[in-house]
Design a protein around this ligand. Structure first.
Ligand code: ADP
Ligand code: MG
Length: 203
């Protein structure tokens, strides 16, 4: 069981994004962060993933009910986000070997499901943006993450890519704590709960 627990998180940049947000997400639970552009969805996701610090409040992490240091969370996390990149000068096979040591049968199966197997030996910068998004999804899931941080995960995917993504999310949901920042109501509906941010509140 992995748990992320946020207490009274607040953040502002040029305006106040949100104040006093508290939430808890454990293995088997999923939370969508929704709200208009600029409302702070990505920022809240980054704070929950210990990528950005809150101005006030704190985030705690527990693995098997034991508190773990925030800086170790990256070891447990799979991240699909515009600001997370694979190695674009390597092939997908090389990315997988670099990250995980070998291309396992599980990896081959996942690449087939994502319709990327036939492209696995091409250099990533030659891929379309949708194919690059499929790579990010593959790399995040191959990590077998305890927590999955998804920022607009359906970006650039076609209908079939989105369908595969949704199926994969549903499959890993029972074993994973999922936090998803999204503008897409179909993505948000995959999650058990929502945190709604409203730009300008308290600004
Ligand atoms: P959303 O994901 O809901 O569209 P973001 O969390 O990306 O919103 O951004 C919310 C606001 O915070 C935006 O106005 C954005 O420009 C600002 N912002 C985000 N990150 C930074 C940063 N590192 N420095 C300054 N402003 C930022
Ligand atoms: Mg965003």
């Amino acid at each position: 069981m992995f748990t992320i627990k946020a207490h009274n998180i607040s953040k502002r940049y040029s305006y106040r994004l949100f104040s006093n947000i508290s939430c808890s997400v454990s293995t088997g639970e999923s939370v969508a962060i929704v709200g208009p552009n600029g409302s702070g969805k990505s920022t809240l996701l980054k704070i929950l993933g210990n990528i950005v610090s809150p101005d006030s409040g704190r985030v705690e992490y527990f693995d098997k009910m034991e508190s773990i240091p925030a800086h170790t969370v990256i070891h447990y996390a799979g991240i699909v986000a515009p600001y997370i990149q694979c190695y674009n000068h390597l092939t997908l096979t090389e990315n997988i070997i670099f990250a995980f040591g070998s291309v396992t049968d599980d990896a081959i199966e996942l690449l087939h499901r994502l319709d990327m197997y036939q492209h696995k030996d091409k250099v990533l910068h030659t891929y379309s943006t949708g194919m690059q998004q499929r790579c990010k999804i593959a790399m995040a899931l191959l990590k077998k993450p305890k927590v999955l941080l998804l920022d607009e995960p359906g970006s650039n995917l076609d209908d079939s890519g989105r369908k595969i993504l949704f199926e994969l999310i549903k499959e890993i949901q029972p074993f994973t704590a999922i936090i998803m920042a999204t503008n897409d109501s179909r993505e948000a509906k995959l999650c058990h709960r929502s945190i709604v941010l409203d730009k300008g509140i308290g600004a």
